[in-house]
Design a protein around this ligand. Structure first.
Ligand code: NAD
Length: 503
């Protein structure tokens, strides 16, 4: 099917963008390279997308550097107004954005409509509102001196995002960077480039000056590596796997780039014996099965108090069996395909790992049997009871609809297991005991903790982890700080300094 036919078949009212966005224009790659982006429902080609190489990264950085002086001189209020207009345009184009995201990633349309698109708009609006609130400090120093500390933009920043929430992450990265006065070169994942390109188009429509934002789909090993090494890029903000994060640390050393790394996770979701079980069952299913488990903060270790474990698991499995798998573009679908076949195969390989470790496969562990899903990247919700919390299935990030069940006997053991991984991103707990809830929240090693809920995010609340989950924060005021550098200015107002060299 050609692109125009596909657009009308899907119901898109605006064109699918598939070229690089550099200096305010959509362009082919210098090399002419393209890569097909696929619909994970049936692996059909959506579009051949231009793939940036080193020459395109250079071109984008040049465009961004040219745009920087005027952009950083604009008042915060004016920069904020453009971000607010973008948020309005996202809402105006919400159906197209939702369809595009579902087509390219496999997110069920109900999630793209109700979560991805509104969260993207609200993130841009939040940072639009913050753009004129980034003030500095006046510091009390020696008599006769005025000392003020101001926050300045870093310059041109590189942003590298993964395929699991490409639209939302574009706003998490661009929102604070632009509000703080930086110019951006953003590389979406080669697997899901379409929604970031659409945001580029809407940014132009919102009045963003050419060159302030450049969007470069491309391979990690080429465009991603070139961004990480580039001498004129001051910072890289990266979301992706811990292994790639390490490569970026090495590649960035040439000009001592500032880095922000949002990496993997193995979220502990702890259900105590006094929890509201109905809420915990539903919330725990959401924690792992939303977006087919492709979330760094997924509650992928379901930790159950031994007294309630069997009863909880019965209810959990029966809920998981009822989740409706299907074409993401069908509004009644509750779980779509994984985003690529390569990734589906990786997820399924953990079923063999579980078996080899003596784990019990409670349900799933295979693609669905339905004929209409046979060409896609689907995996049934999968529940595994591990023998030990030290097993690979309880330690490694599977990043799919695959939950590892563990049991514990008391709070101390729950904490030992929860903190017993190299990751430290998000954890949750379910209890009606207030003291226990707060004590656990203090003791859990994680950048985010949810009590009697899971996976809540908001543009105002900092998002990120510790340890092998990375450093730095997306969102909140923290993110604005991450995109600035501090300058301390000393003014001699009327200080009487005796001469150092009296003559
Ligand atoms: P990935 O690391 O393979 O790729 C992420 C991005 O990095 C892609 O754009 C890719 O093209 C690029 N990349 C790959 N190699 C590169 C290189 N050498 N130099 C520069 N860029 C390179 O990750 P993925 O498979 O796309 O995403 C899944 C991972 O992302 C999971 O580990 C997940 O936990 C993590 N993630 C983390 C967060 C968080 O906020 N902590 C959020 C979402 C996803």
């Amino acid at each position: 099917m050609n692109l125009a036919d596909l657009q009308s078949a899907v119901g898109l009212r605006t064109p699918i963008r598939h070229q690089l966005f550099i200096g305010g224009r959509f362009l082919n790659a210098e090399s002419g390279a393209t890569l097909a982006t696929l619909n994970p429902h049936d692996n059909s080609v959506i579009a051949d997308v231009a793939m940036a190489g080193r020459a395109d990264v250079d071109k984008a950085v040049t465009a961004a550097r040219r745009a920087l002086p005027a952009w950083r001189r604009l008042s915060g209020a004016e920069r904020g107004r453009i971000l607010m207009r973008l948020a309005d345009l996202i809402e105006k184009n919400s159906e197209d954005l939702a369809l595009l995201e579902s087509l390219d990633t496999g997110h069920p349309l109900r999630d793209s409509r109700n979560l991805d698109v509104p969260r993207t708009a609200s993130c841009f609006r939040y940072f639009g509102g913050m753009a004129d609130k980034l003030h500095g400090d006046v510091v009390p120093v020696d008599a006769g001196f005025l000392n003020y500390v101001q926050r300045e933009p870093l310059g041109v920043v590189g942003q590298i995002v993964p395929w699991n929430f490409p639209l939302m992450f574009t706003s998490w990265k661009m929102g604070p960077a632009l509000a703080a006065g930086n110019c951006v070169v953003l590389k979406p994942s080669e697997i899901t480039p379409l929604s970031a390109l659409k945001i580029a188009e809407l940014l132009s429509e919102a009045g963003l000056p050419d060159g302030v934002v450049n969007v470069l789909p491309g391979l990690g090993s080429e465009a991603g590596q070139a961004i990480s090494e580039h001498p004129d890029i001051s910072k890289v903000s990266f979301t992706g796997s811990t292994a790639t994060g390490r490569r970026i640390v090495n590649a960035s050393s040439g000009n001592l780039k500032k880095l922000q790394l949002e990496l993997g996770g193995k979220g502990a979701n702890i259900v105590f014996e006094d929890a509201d079980l109905a809420a915990a069952v539903n919330g725990s299913a959401w924690a792992i099965f939303h977006n087919q488990g492709q979330a760094c903060i997924a509650g992928s270790r379901l930790m159950l108090h031994e007294r309630i474990a069997d009863a909880f698991l019965d209810k959990f499995v029966s809920l998981a069996r009822s989740i409706k798998l299907g074409n993401p573009l069908d509004a009644s679908t509750e779980m779509g395909p994984l985003t690529s076949s390569l990734h589906r195969d990786r997820v399924l390989s953990y079923v063999d790992i579980a078996r080899s470790e003596g784990g019990e496969l409670v349900m799933g562990g295979h693609p669905p049997r339905a004929e209409e899903l046979s060409r896609g990247c689907y995996v049934e919700p999968t529940v595994v009871r591990a023998r030990s919390w030290r097993d690979r299935v309880a330690q490694e990030e599977v990043f799919g609809p695959f939950v590892t069940v563990l049991t514990f006997k008391d709070d101390a053991e729950a904490l030992e297991i929860a903190n017993g991984t190299d990751y430290a991103l998000g954890s949750g707990l379910w209890t009606t005991n207030l003291r226990r809830a707060h004590q656990m929240a203090q003791a859990l090693e994680a950048g985010m903790v949810w009590i009697n809920s899971y996976k809540r995010v908001s543009p105002g609340s900092p998002f990120g982890g510790f340890g092998q989950s990375g450093y730095g924060r997306d969102m909140g005021f923290e993110a604005m700080r991450e995109y600035t550098q501090v300058k301390s200015v000393w003014v001699n107002v009327d200080a009487q300094i005796p001469p150092w060299y009296p003559r």
